[in-house]
Each structure stands twice: as structure tokens, then as C-alpha cells.
Design a protein around this ligand. Structure first.
Ligand SMILES: NC(=O)c1ccc[n+]([C@@H]2O[C@H](COP(=O)([O-])OP(=O)(O)OC[C@H]3O[C@@H](n4cnc5c(N)ncnc54)[C@H](OP(=O)(O)O)[C@@H]3O)[C@@H](O)[C@H]2O)c1
Length: 326
């Protein structure tokens, strides 16, 4: 079979499209013929070799997310069987051989039925984006119906699905995007208002929309740029969940004091198996009822994984970036 392999850590140029030995499922695992693999920003951090959560043994095949058809199962697996359409959501599970390949093995708990209404590309958009969105809204912020949530960075993989999930949970959603196309997607996902985080003074608009109160919850994708300003617009006793941060900033602790704010970190890697199972169960229920519809942005052939790793860090996100095996 063919797939992507990195033999060293470094720039995206280490990602080689090459012939690989087909992985074999052990007890408790399933092998999936991949029709699509999801590309997440974390895949690029791992490839650099400097990611605090995960440093794979070399050589390795990247990817935790994907979708396809089960072709083999190991002993003791009765949740899926050969021929089933499935999605793979394997971040944080030990047995995943990497979804950037024609065949991938993963622990059966990370291999879930894909609703017939969804394409394989949509299935590849479920894992990290939807589980992170669920964890941010419901496990960390404990969002309640009727609350106002600001998804700061709503046009990407996590943000669009957080917007849908929060809307379905009865929250009032305000999102942000930096392009008109991204803003349209955020609106379609259920946001009542969309702000342009590329324009000056856009957070003043947030204060105006919320009649001066500010949102009770902020889900933050770029805390290294926004955390200080988030605290200025947050409602009193509000919660900020830091999902993404790629650097540092000057921060005035007094702002947290004045608002009696709760600042919550989130790392999917810290989710317990029970929390991951809870999130996947919630996500699966929303997928089946149709209130959560995975949003695919750009698709690229699997052999162009290096280009995908460049694209996934660029502005102008419009949903999930997905690799398709030829
Ligand atoms: N903590 C965890 O466990 C965890 C899990 C998943 C993801 N993450 C992190 O969360 C972040 C988002 O992930 P993703 O998969 O959604 O990435 P993505 O698909 O690349 O989307 C990035 C989002 O951030 C927005 N953004 C860019 N500049 C911004 C700014 N100045 N202010 C607010 N938003 C801004 C983008 O909007 P435009 O493109 O329109 O500018 C887009 O909506 C990444 O940093 C990722 O590494 C963390």
C-alpha cells in the first residue's frame, strides 16, 4: 500500500509519499481502507518534533482522523465488522498506525460507524475538530442553553463544528472569521452574528451586540493574540476556554480579577478515555440527528500531504482540510 512517511522531524518536506507495509490489526483493533484523512494543525506540530504532547518513534505515518471502510478486525472486536463505513478518531489512543495512508489500523474504540448521509471526506472532519469542540463547550465551559458564546476563530475545523454544536444546544452563538467566505460558513453553521477578526475594533461590535454585557463564554483559537482583549469583553463571571495558542502575550491579571473570570485550558491529549467516549457519543448523536454536519474545506490528493501541512497553517480557513488517497 501507499502512504505518507516521515523518517525525520522537520519542515513539511520530510513527508514522503511512498510504498509501505500494510499494517495488521491486533486484538481489539480494526483495519480501515482509508478514503479520506483529516489534516489538523497538531499534525504539523508533531512533524516538527517539538510538540509537548506527542513525539512518535521514527519513521512514522501522520494522522489521527479519517474515514473509510473496515477491511479486517482483530480478535474481540464486535463494534464494527468488515464492510462497515466508519470514521476514525484516534488522537490519544495508543494503537493508530497513521491515517495518511491507504490502510490504517486503530483501536476499535476509535473506529465508529459513519452515518450513511455523510461522505468519507466529511467523516475525516469529525475526529479532532468535533471532539475538541465538544470538550471545549460542554466538558470545559459547561455551556448552558440560553448563554451567549463567542467562538473566536469560528471558520476553521474546530470553530465551525463548535458553532453548530453550541447552536444545537440552545446557545446564542457569535463567531469570527477573517474572510467573507469564512463568515458565510459561520453564519450557515448557526451563528447569529459574525465578526471580522482581521478588522480594527471588531470586539467593540461584540459589546454592542450583547447590550454591553459581553458573552458568558469565549472559545479562543488564538489566545496568544486575543486573551487580554477577551478579558475586556467577557461577561462578569464568564469563562474563556483556550483551545489554540501559538506564542505569548503581555497579560494583565487584574482583568481576570475585575471580571471574576475563569480561564480554562484545553488539551485533547488530557481527556480521559471516559471523557473521549462521552464526547464521541455526544458527537455521534448530533451527527445522526443532523444538527452536526461536518464541513469540508479544501481537499488534496494524499501524495500532496506536504502542501496540506503548509495550507493548514494559513489564514482564510473554510472548514476541514482533507487528503484523499488516489
Ligand atoms: N488544545 C487542543 O487540544 C486543540 C485541539 C484542536 C485544535 N487546537 C488548536 O486550535 C486552533 C484551531 O484549530 P483548527 O483545527 O480549527 O484550525 P484551523 O482549521 O486552521 O482554523 C483556525 C481558525 O483560527 C482563526 N484565526 C486566525 N487568526 C485568528 C485571530 N487573530 N483571532 C481569532 N481567530 C483567528 C481562523 O480564521 P481565518 O482563517 O478566517 O483567519 C480559523 O477560524 C489551532 O491553533 C489548533 O492547533 C487545539
Amino acid at each position: 500500500m501507499y502512504g505518507i512517511q516521515a523518517s525525520e522531524f522537520g519542515s513539511e518536506d520530510v513527508l514522503a509519499y511512498t510504498e509501505l507495509a500494510a499494517p495488521q490489526p491486533r486484538a481489539g483493533q480494526a483495519r480501515v481502507r482509508m478514503h479520506a484523512a483529516g489534516v489538523n494543525p497538531a499534525d504539523t506540530y508533531i512533524r516538527s518534533g517539538t510538540y509537548e504532547f506527542f513525539r512518535p518513534d521514527l519513521p512514522y505515518t501522520p494522522g489521527f482522523d479519517g474515514a473509510g471502510v473496515v477491511d479486517q478486525v482483530g480478535a474481540g472486536v464486535d463494534t464494527v465488522k468488515p464492510g462497515d463505513r466508519v470514521f476514525v478518531a484516534a488522537l490519544g489512543t495508543p494503537g493508530c498506525t497513521g491515517t495518511y495512508a491507504e490502510l490504517a489500523v486503530a483501536d476499535a474504540a476509535a473506529v465508529r460507524p459513519l452515518p450513511s448521509s455523510l461522505s468519507f471526506a466529511q467523516g475525516a472532519a469529525i475526529g479532532v475538530p468535533c471532539v475538541t469542540a465538544w470538550r471545549a463547550l460542554f466538558q470545559r465551559a459547561r455551556l448552558q442553553p440560553g448563554e451567549t458564546v463567542f467562538i473566536h476563530g469560528a471558520s476553521g475545523g474546530v470553530g465551525l463544528h463548535a458553532t453548530q454544536l453550541a447552536h444545537a444546544a440552545g446557545a446564542v452563538v457569535i463567531g469570527s472569521a477573517s474572510t467573507p467566505a469564512g463568515a458565510d460558513l459561520v453564519r450557515t453553521a448557526g451563528a447569529a452574528h459574525v465578526l471580522d477578526h482581521g478588522s480594527a475594533g471588531y470586539l467593540d461590535e461584540l459589546t454592542r451586540i450583547t447590550d454591553g454585557r459581553g458573552p458568558s463564554v469565549i472559545i479562543e483559537m488564538a489566545a496568544h493574540l486575543n486573551l487580554e482583549r477577551d478579558l475586556t469583553v467577557l461577561a462578569t463571571a464568564g469563562r474563556v476556554v483556550i483551545v489554540g495558542s501559538r506564542g505569548s502575550l503581555d497579560f494583565t491579571p487584574r482583568l481576570a480579577m475585575v471580571k471574576e473570570a475563569t480561564i480554562l485550558g484545553l488539551a485533547l491529549w488530557n481527556a480521559t478515555p471516559a471523557e473521549t467516549a462521552d464526547a464521541l457519543t455526544g458527537v455521534a448523536a448530533r451527527l445522526h440527528e443532523g444538527s452536526l454536519v461536518p464541513v469540508v474545506g479544501n481537499t488534496l490528493p494524499l501524495r500532496e500531504a506536504a502542501a496540506a501541512h503548509r495550507q493548514v497553517l494559513e489564514h482564510g480557513t473554510r472548514g476541514k482540510l482533507v487528503l484523499i488517497p488516489e
